[in-house]
Write a protein that binds this ligand. Structure first.
Ligand SMILES: Nc1ncnc2c1ncn2[C@@H]1O[C@H](COP(=O)(O)OP(=O)(O)OP(=O)(O)O)[C@@H](O)[C@H]1O
Length: 460
């Protein structure tokens, strides 16, 4: 085939690296030989994170169904509808065995693309070996359809499993964690999984309301309790939560006088509305949350020790997002998808953007991620959210890779290349023009722009 001889290596690299479909190649033992940068978009993993590793070690239990093994066993091309269990993404995979001269399988080539309608095989069951406890997997499935709590990291799933167990008891739960980590969402999740799920879930932020108002909000007041009060009186949140769950957010900010009254409710299941004399009985389950160091408040006598021990029976701390990085990609996918549905679009992140967002430390945790995804979604006029849409504070946060020797030959050459490409790109701001100016193919120019000019990229 003469025409093949006329094509140089760069041509093949350009095709593979720029294909919109993911191209993934293993040998017959499952060692990953090649994957193009779409692995970042699909799994948040760079080619460097995958190449050389064993396919089965990396993906065990994450695909439904696993197909490479089947392709090897049946020695034929398999078309499969697959679901990536981490992000819930449906894809179509075409897995083809490539044979050597002795008809032995040399490579397995997978082409991964957005799901299409007709499939050769659509397995019903997860065939994968369990890589986590069954219970954790079950939790993930249930979660998807209920509270919309998204998470994949082992630590977060462990919390959910524990909370499911605790939910069925009447034990008070205290949730700790930085702002935006999902404490309120977890409180709702506990309620939804409890026997009280069909009864009210009442939430109040103790820090957001002044002490005097908070008392009547919580306990209600009797008719004509004070000047300006509603003559009919008012039902408090504690009574509204009767037979359900009361979630007290920012409990560390609860005033000492209210701490005493709350303790009485918890110990004796009764209270007296403000300005009243009639004792009312209630049956509530308490969940509390705070991002303050509540033990210190106890030591400083700002928080009653007896109340602390009453509400601190089952305590859980949600780790910050930077300490559970496996949750970032599923959360990005989840919120991107929500925006796509809300605005009727089909936008996606470029692999570079995902790479950057996976590295970012997320000081505002999931709340910040959710808001940023919506902002990026709105900022991107086309269907691709690119590096040029990222706000400066994110780009500033991303450090140069560690461990690079600035005197090494590779580093010096790469710096020169980067500087040339960036200079030319500023003067020739499309891949076509840059290609002409430097005598490169347009695809190669495009690859170099993505590699070196992420922060100054123009819509081509
Ligand atoms: N695991 C998660 N999956 C999906 N969304 C999440 C998750 N965790 C948090 N969020 C979203 O992030 C936002 C902040 O969550 P939440 O209000 O529960 O945090 P918080 O820890 O209670 O914050 P604060 O301490 O400031 O009250 C909410 O919009 C919530 O839906």
């Amino acid at each position: 085939m003469e025409y093949l001889a006329n094509l140089d290596k760069d041509f093949y690299i350009d095709i593979l690296e720029n294909s919109h479909n993911e191209v993934y190649v293993t040998n017959k033992e499952g060692k990953i030989i090649y994957v193009n940068p779409n692995s970042i978009r699909n799994y948040g993993l760079k080619p460097e994170d995958l190449i050389g590793k064993n396919n089965y070690d990396i993906w065990r239990g994450k695909w439904n169904p696993p197909v490479i093994q089947r392709c090897i066993e049946e020695r034929r091309t398999i078309f499969a509808e697959q679901n990536y269990l981490i992000t819930g993404k449906d894809i179509t995979t075409i897995v083809t065995p490539i044979f050597d001269d002795e008809s032995e399988i040399k490579y397995v080539l997978c082409i991964v693309q957005e799901a299409v309608k007709e499939y050769d095989i659509s397995y019903k069951n997860i065939n994968a070996e369990a890589f986590e406890k069954k219970q954790i997997r079950e939790t993930k499935k249930k979660r998807k359809f209920k509270s919309e709590i998204i998470g994949y990291s082992y630590d977060f799933c462990k919390i959910l499993v524990r909370m499911q167990r605790v939910a069925h008891s009447e034990v008070p739960v205290m949730i700790l964690g930085e702002s935006g980590t999902g404490k309120s969402l977890l409180a709702e999740y506990i309620h939804e999984n409890s026997n009280r799920k069909d009864n009210p879930f009442i939430m109040i932020n103790c820090a957001a309301i002044p002490e005097t108002l908070l008392e009547s909000e919580l306990f209600g007041y009797a008719p004509y309790a004070f000047t300006g009060a509603n003559p009919k009186g008012k039902t408090g949140l504690i009574e509204m939560a009767d037979s359900g769950t009361l979630f007290l957010d920012e409990i560390g900010d609860l005033a000492p006088s209210l701490q005493a009254k709350l303790l009485d409710v918890l110990e004796n299941k009764r209270f007296i509305p403000v300005g009243g004399n009639e004792i009312r009985s209630v049956d509530i389950r308490i969940i509390t949350a705070t991002n303050r160091k509540i033990e210190n408040l106890v030591k400083e006598k700002k928080f009653r020790e007896d109340l602390y021990w009453r509400i601190n029976i089952s305590t859980t701390t949600i780790p910050p997002l930077r300490d559970r990085r496996d949750d970032i990609l599923p959360l990005l996918s989840f919120y991107l998808n929500k925006n796509n549905i809300k605005y009727g679009k089909k936008k996606d992140f470029s692999p570079n953007v995902i790479g950057i967002l996976l590295e970012y430390p997320w000081p505002g945790n999931v709340r910040q991620l959710k808001n940023l995804v919506e902002l990026l979604f709105i900022m991107a006029s086309g269907n691709t959210i690119g590096v040029n849409h990222l706000p400066e504070f994110i780009l500033d946060e991303i450090e140069e890779p560690q461990g690079i020797n600035p005197n090494s030959y590779e580093y010096i050459i790469d710096s020169v290349k980067k500087s040339v490409i960036r200079d030319f790109y500023k003067k020739h701001p499309t891949s076509r023009e840059l290609g002409v100016a430097l005598g490169l193919s347009q695809t190669k120019a495009n690859r170099l722009i993505n590699q070196y000019c992420g922060d100054i990229i123009n819509a081509d």
